[in-house]
Design a protein around this ligand. Structure first.
Ligand code: C2E
Ligand code: MG
Ligand code: MG
Length: 748
């Protein structure tokens, strides 16, 4: 039933909806006259003549008003009234009786009747009294409904407040707690009673108190909600030290409570009586935001500022320097040989080294400096507020000194060095980009002049830098322009007096710089990935040469050098095997030279690639042996045919100086594993003699021949009309497909 829809009417109808009225009277004439009196009033009238019938009808619960006679043939109308009260029926009762006694009327009213009408005298009032009774009933029902609504709403809000994940409280107009929900206990560790009457600032972080005071004042003057982010203090029992205090970050939403003051009739003013507050714990969200911000500005491996943050700091330092008239140092640090660590020990070890390097670098800078990682093995430092440019050198020296202590890679000591370029603001550039570029150029200059050092940028360096950039671009064109060429250097067996094979060594006929050795461009090729195209070209070229020699009946082998990086290529093995297979040349004639460091990286992957090559018949040799990190265990596992003693050991073979035990060891190891051993870089007869004395019979070096163009190499192999090879000052003739070595003894 809708209270609002039921309104009193002064016209025809009293109520918008029909009301059900039951007339209980044993006299039919009385019933019909009552009915007549009430006709046309939007009433649905029912009638009965006994108390028992009345109870039956009323029992359905849908009668709004009963007009009850007291004297009924069976039970008294008062008994019916008793019954109605007893079962708490919502029907209103109007007693209509001929009984004249006032006691009866009082009794009936006591029992719950809303009114009493004496018949027949007062029947004229019946319309009015029925209308009143029904209206009153309607009001009572509405009241009951509103009360129930309020109770429901109160329960709902109490439930929501008490079970809210947020802290909800009210403050009085002085800012003291009046109400706090139970969340306070789990959120801040206070009991509610502890806070009631206490000023709110006692739970606010000292630094946020001013902000909350402002918010409180705003709530006092403006009737709009106020939102702020504050730190709320957690109660840690027994915590006396401020540094141990624990806070949560909360989003605080507050609004003023205003009561209407009606003292002055014309002016209804608003009286501030406190504030409602909701505080949501956003500590986790803040933490995630902080982490996201940190991640956006820091390198994830070393936790150092990244490029973006570095640039911000650099620009700030430049702005400050302009005001203060001091210098800013910009340092570009690149680790030397870092690629080797990645290639040999794998990326995870490389990462570990970078972390240790970051740690060491941190020790070398002041708190106001910014050390950042640019990516890869490149680190940068901003040195703000330098009074003199030379101060940057102090930091650089500190770094170089610090790096003298060994690092640890894969559990072994590792000597890392760094090349450092320094640019100075404002001297070497007026923008962050320019300064970084200048420091980078200076760093490259250090690399080019032997690494492990530092240099300040100088304008002349620009040309060097541009040279390198243009070299990179030219190298991209070199293959298409047929500027690459293979030179060959013979490998000689001095016991059998013959050339047993040729090592193919790459050359670049640069249109401007002339003939370049790989040392001048291989680094760039590896850095830029151009090395793959170079490997493909070398392989095709060498296999074509082998095919030609095979057709001419010359069975000299060709060895090609393959960069360790190339072994990351999925299809390298297929590429090599296909190259040999499609020309139908004997696979033993192709030899692959790899460096020993390669055996350490991704051992199982490399091992399977080498085994597949070896199974097909291609020979494998280890170049520059003795300079790297190979272990005897790897030598045992790897399918290796030949070890090439690095030229640095051969160079040390000088008269009157004892032969390095390393050479003895290498020869012993090779013998032990049943491998060939070749000495590289043999330049003197003395070296030849000693090597053959200690059991190394295959050699390569300027003493026999420098690397020569194809035509000359073919001459040595007797392919062209004058098969002559120059060994030192002596010319030797070739014999069949192998170069004869008869007069070699004479030249010793
Ligand atoms: P490597 O494989 O150890 O080659 C031997 C290097 O020593 C060659 O330098 C050679 O010219 C030089 N050499 C030979 N005999 C003597 C000697 O008696 N005394 C001295 N001082 N040096 C001698 P090169 O041609 O400049 O090659 C340097 C390195 O470049 C090679 O070292 C090899 O690792 C790499 N390389 C050469 N060609 C290729 C190639 O096609 N691909 C790849 N990836 N690397 C190559
Ligand atoms: Mg080689
Ligand atoms: Mg070598």
């Amino acid at each position: 039933m809708n209270f609002l829809s039921r309104k009193q009417s002064k016209n025809t109808n009293w109520f918008e909806q029909p009301q059900r009225v039951l007339i209980v009277d044993d006299e039919p004439r009385m019933r019909s006259s009552l009915k007549q009196l009430l006709e046309g009033k939007m009433l649905e009238i029912l009638e009965c003549e006994t108390g028992t019938d009345a109870i039956k009808i009323l029992g359905n619960g849908d009668i709004d008003l009963a007009l009850l006679d007291i004297n009924l043939p069976d039970i008294s109308g008062l008994d019916v009234l008793d019954w109605i009260t007893q079962i708490r029926l919502q029907t209103s009762v109007l007693m209509v009786s001929a009984v004249d006694s006032i006691e009866y009327a009082i009794n009936a009213m006591r029992k719950g009747a809303v009114d009493f009408v004496r018949k027949p005298d007062e029947l004229g009032q019946i319309q009015h009294k029925v209308e009143n009774a029904l209206y009153r009933r309607c009001l009572e029902q509405s009241h009951t409904q509103i009360t129930s609504h309020l109770e429901h709403s109160e329960r709902l809000h109490r439930f929501l407040v008490e079970n809210s994940p947020d802290l909800i409280y009210t403050l009085d107009n002085d800012g003291c707690f009046v109400f706090v929900n139970s969340r306070i206990e789990s959120l801040l560790g206070f009991s509610r009673n502890e806070l009631i009457g206490v000023h709110y600032s006692s739970i606010i972080h000292e630094e946020d108190r001013e902000l909350t005071q402002l918010a409180f004042n705003e709530c006092r003057t403006e009737n709009i909600s106020n939102t702020s982010e504050v730190r709320l203090k957690h109660k840690i029992s027994g915590c006396s030290n401020r540094s141990e205090e624990h806070y949560i970050v909360a989003m605080l939403c507050s609004i003023g409570i205003f009561n209407e003051s009606t003292k002055d009739e014309n002016l209804v003013s608003q009286l501030f009586s406190g504030i409602y507050c909701v505080a949501r714990d956003i500590t986790d969200r803040k933490l995630s935001e902080d982490i996201i911000t940190f991640q956006a500005l820091h390198d994830q491996l070393t936790m150092l500022p990244n490029r973006r943050l570095y640039y911000d700091h650099l620009e700030l330092a430049m702005a400050n320097s302009k005001r203060q008239g001091c210098f800013v140092g910009v340092m570009f640090i690149d680790l030397d040989r870092f690629k080797l660590v990645n290639d040999t020990y794998g990326h995870s070890q490389g990462d570990e080294l970078l972390k240790s390097v970051a740690q060491r670098l941190r020790q070398c800078v002041r708190s106001g400096d910014t050390l950042a990682r640019q990516g890869g093995d490149e680190f940068t430092i901003v040195l703000p507020g330098l009074l003199q440019t030379e101060d940057a050198a102090i930091v650089a020296n500190k770094i170089l000194d610090n790096f003298k202590l060994p690092f640890f890679v894969a559990g072994q000591e590792f000597r890392a060095t760094a090349s450092i370029g320094i640019a100075i603001f404002p001297r070497d550039g007026d923008s962050a980009d320019m300064l970084m570029k200048s420091a980078d150029i200076a760093m490259y200059k250090v690399k080019a002049s032997g690494k492990n050092g530092f240099q300040y940028f100088a304008t002349e360096m620009n040309s060097c830098y541009h040279e390198r950039i243009s070299l990179e671009n030219e190298l991209r064109q070199a293959i298409q322009n047929s500027e690459l060429e293979l030179y060959y250097q013979p490998k000689i067996n001095i016991q059998e007096n013959c050339i047993v094979g040729m090592e193919a060594l790459l050359r670049w006929n640069h249109p401007v710089h002339g003939l370049l050795n790989p040392g001048g461009f291989l680094d760039i090729a590896e850095e830029t990935g151009l090395v793959s195209a170079i490997t493909d070209w070398v392989l095709e070229e060498a296999c074509n040469r082998l095919l030609r020699w095979h057709r001419l009946g010359v069975n000299a082998s060709i060895s090609i050098n393959i960069s360790p990086k190339e072994f990351d290529r999925e299809n390298l093995v297929e590429l090599i095997i296909n190259s040999v297979m499609k020309r139908n040349i004997s696979p033993e004639l192709l030899e692959i030279e790899i460096t020993e460091n390669m055996m350490l990286s991704d051992v199982s992957g490399i091992l399977s690639k080498l085994r597949r090559l070896r199974e097909y018949g291609i020979r494998i040799s280890i170049d520059d042996f003795g300079t790297g990190y190979s272990s005897l265990n790897y030598l045992r596992q790897f399918p290796i045919d030949c070890i090439k003693i690095d030229q640095s050991f051969v160079r040390d073979l000088i008269p009157d100086i004892e032969v390095s035990p390393i050479i003895h060891a290498i020869i012993g190891i090779a013998r032990g594993f049943g491998m060939h051993v070749v000495a590289e870089g043999v330049e003197t007869a003395y070296q030849l003699e000693i090597l053959s004395e200690i059991g190394c019979y295959e050699m390569q070096g300027y003493f026999f021949s420098r690397p020569v163009p194809t035509i000359d190499a073919e001459k040595m192999l007797g392919i062209t009309p004058t098969p002559v090879v120059h060994i030192g000052k002596t010319a030797l003739k070739s014999n069949d497909s192998r170069v004869s070595y008869d007069n070699l003894r004479a030249c010793i």
